[in-house]
Design a protein around this ligand. Sequence first.
Ligand SMILES: [Zn+2]
Length: 402
Amino acid sequence: MAKMKYIILLGDGMADYPLPELGDRTPLMVARTPNMDAVASRGTFGFLRTASEGFPPGSDIMNMNILGYDPALYYTGRAPIEAAGMSIEMSADDVAFRCNLVSLRNDEGRVYMEDYSAGHIGLEEGDAIISFIDEYLGKDDISFHPGKSYRHIMLWTNGPTGLDLTPPHDILERDVEPYMPKNDFLLELMEKSRPLLQDHPVNRLRRASGKLTADSIWFWGEGKKPKLPPFREKWGIEGVIVTAVDLLKGIGVLADLETPDIPGATGYIDTNYENKVNAAIEGLHRADFAFVHVEAPDECGHNADVDAKIRAIEDFDSRVVGNVLKEIEEFEMWRLLVLPDHPTPIEVRTHVTDPVPFAMLTSDDVDRPERDTSYAESARPEEHPNYFDSCRKLHEIFFSKE
Ligand SMILES: [Zn+2]
């Protein structure tokens, strides 16, 4: 008997608020999305709350909820998830910290957060700096591990948790003083990094060409390694997460899903959508579940770039949803779900907890006539007949064994 195939296509941050420059419509309403509209109008369309009470609207929290891992039970912090996605081994005693390279600005005796990413410092530059930091500040129980660009990880064996550290992207242009760690040792590491980095060759070159410099390390997002039950135990199926982003890879690693490296996957609008779709379809031949994560719409929301966001949504629709709908025909029984993890509205440039639109199509419904439903946000999602106030209700229809 044919086995059910499950596929989730996630456009990170693609939901938005109406914008005056779009005639009070959202990017999803303006973008041409015939494939998502077909999924919505032939299948089940509704609104879903992906947030968790008491947790920030991070992609980690929202995607854990979508995959069925209640953050209240399993979330220990962002950094240990990223560490898993970067293949950094953690022992039970290790605490992982996200270690950003940031640009600071001195002004009349005060220090301001100029940039959370040291000007999106290059891969090799970031690598050189964090290796240098590890050489001078690393010791038996402290190690620095290179990630991509400005995103690195520090492990502290038997380190503290629950420190209330501040993500640097939340305090742009603010005086950093009130946001410095209350933990003396972390504070000392951050303060020691500044004179060390001042004349590092990478910074000298960047300064000479007018670029922002990596002036300090900055810790946040700490936690111990979370223990997620394997996806196969949770839902009785195995599969693959296709993503360019370490955070999503990390959830996959911790859930014991495959997380293949995708050639040309960048996490931005220039990503290789075709390779991602191919990896998902190949995954469905080996196993029964594929999750395709596309980061680009979220980045465009953070950058407040309306045109790029519309393009990212149209690319997601035609090159991911459209191609998957074609390829999936080779399987006999399938369920396909399209959704974002959270809105990243252009207006606020960060994640919000508003409900997101979802659309689900199954192999049974694929030939149904289209209704007059398009895939978009609503001003009153809670009043929609298919409003789900938690992901649990979505799981009942998506992962059910009937
Ligand atoms: Zn997200």
